[in-house]
Write a protein that binds this ligand. Structure first.
Ligand SMILES: [Fe+2]
Length: 298
C-alpha cells in the first residue's frame, strides 16, 4: 500500500492566491502515481472559513476522493481559528479567537468530510477525536492537536497539545485495534521537533517567526512514549511549513507542512510512504508547478 501525505493547503477564497490550483496539481500528481490512500494533516482552510472547506470538498468529490478508503483528514489550527491575514488584523485576532465556538468548528469540519470517516471508531460520543480508522492493513489513529485560545498561554492560537484525555483514549484505541493491523500510523496536525522557518517573504517571515515562538506541542514527550509502547510505526503531521522525514524519540515521522507553502512558487511537495517493503520506505517527491497567471486587463 502506498500512502501520499500532504498538509497545510491554506485555501483562502478571499485573496487572489487561493492555493486551489496548487492543491489540484498536488492531488492530480498523487492520483497519476496510483497511490492507494491520501492523508491530509490539517490547515485545509487558511482562515477557518467553511466556504474554503466546501470548495475543497467539491475538489475531492470530482476526483472520487470522498471515500473512506481513499482519504483521511484531520483538523488544524487554521481550520478552527484561522490566522492573521495582514498587519492590521494582529490587533483584532484575539477578539476573533475568543468568538470561536471551538467544539462547533471541530464538528463542522468533521461533517464536511463525513464520508471519509465511515467505519471509524470514535473514543467519545460528543467529540470526533481521537478516532481510529482501519484502511487495508493500516490502522490510523487521529488526534485533534489544536490547543484552545488563551491570551497568555496561546495568544496566536497556533500551539498544539495532546492532552491527557486524548492520549489515554488513543492508547485504548491502539490497544483495542492496533494488534489486528500490520502498520499503526498516528495522525496529528502539530509537530514534534522544532523546525526552521523556510519562508522568504518578509511579512510571512515575520509572522512565522512570531508563530514559531508560540508554536509548541505540549505533552508531546508523554505522547511519544505512549506511541512507542503501543507499537506505533509512523507519525504524520504538518503545521510547520517544511517537508521532512525525520526521527524524534525513536519515532519515524513525516512532516508534509511544505506541500503547498514552501517558499517556492514553482514547486510542490508530496510525502510518500510505501508500505510494501518490510521497513516503511518514506520519501519526498518534488513536483514542478507553473501557475497560470491571469492577464490584467486595462
Ligand atoms: Fe497549523
Amino acid at each position: 500500500m502506498k500512502i501520499a501525505h500532504i498538509s497545510d493547503l491554506h485555501v483562502n477564497l478571499d485573496i487572489r492566491d487561493t492555493n486551489l490550483p496548487e492543491t489540484e496539481a498536488a492531488l492530480d500528481f498523487i492520483l497519476d502515481k496510483g497511490v492507494d490512500h491520501i492523508v491530509l494533516t490539517g490547515d485545509l482552510a487558511d482562515n477557518g472559513e467553511l466556504e474554503a472547506l466546501e470548495t475543497l470538498r467539491e475538489m475531492f468529490r470530482r476526483r472520487d476522493l470522498l471515500d473512506r478508503d481513499r482519504l483521511t483528514v484531520v483538523i488544524g489550527n487554521h481550520d478552527i481559528f484561522g490566522g492573521v491575514q495582514n498587519i492590521e488584523e494582529i490587533f483584532d485576532f484575539p477578539e476573533k479567537c475568543r468568538a470561536v465556538d471551538f467544539e462547533e468548528k471541530v464538528r463542522a469540519f468533521h461533517r464536511m468530510f463525513i464520508e471519509t470517516y465511515e467505519g471509524a471508531e470514535y473514543a467519545r460520543d460528543d467529540n470526533p477525536y481521537p478516532f481510529a480508522k482501519r484502511v487495508g492493513d493500516v490502522l490510523f489513529v487521529a488526534f485533534n492537536t489544536v490547543a484552545r485560545y488563551s491570551s497568555t498561554g496561546n495568544p496566536f492560537a497556533s500551539n498544539g497539545v495532546i492532552d491527557d484525555d486524548q492520549r489515554e483514549l488513543a492508547a485504548a484505541l491502539l490497544e483495542r485495534f492496533g494488534g489486528e493491523a500490520d502498520t499503526r500510523i498516528v495522525l496529528t496536525h502539530h509537530h514534534f521537533k522544532k523546525m526552521k522557518v523556510v519562508s522568504r517573504r518578509w511579512m510571512q517571515l515575520m509572522w512565522e517567526n512570531v508563530e514559531n515562538r508560540t508554536m509548541k506541542m505540549r505533552k508531546r514527550k508523554k505522547a511519544a512514549r505512549m506511541f512507542k509502547e503501543r507499537g506505533v510505526d509512523f507519525v504524520m503531521h504538518g503545521h510547520v511549513h517544511d517537508s521532512e522525514i525525520y526521527k524524534w524519540k525513536e519515532l519515524d515521522i513525516s512532516n508534509a507542512g511544505a506541500s503547498i507553502k514552501n517558499g517556492k512558487s514553482d514547486t510542490l511537495r508530496v510525502n510518500i510512504l510505501d508500505l510494501a517493503k518490510k521497513e516503511i520506505d518514506a520519501s519526498i517527491e518534488k513536483i514542478s508547478f507553473k501557475k497560470q497567471r491571469k492577464k490584467l486587463s486595462a
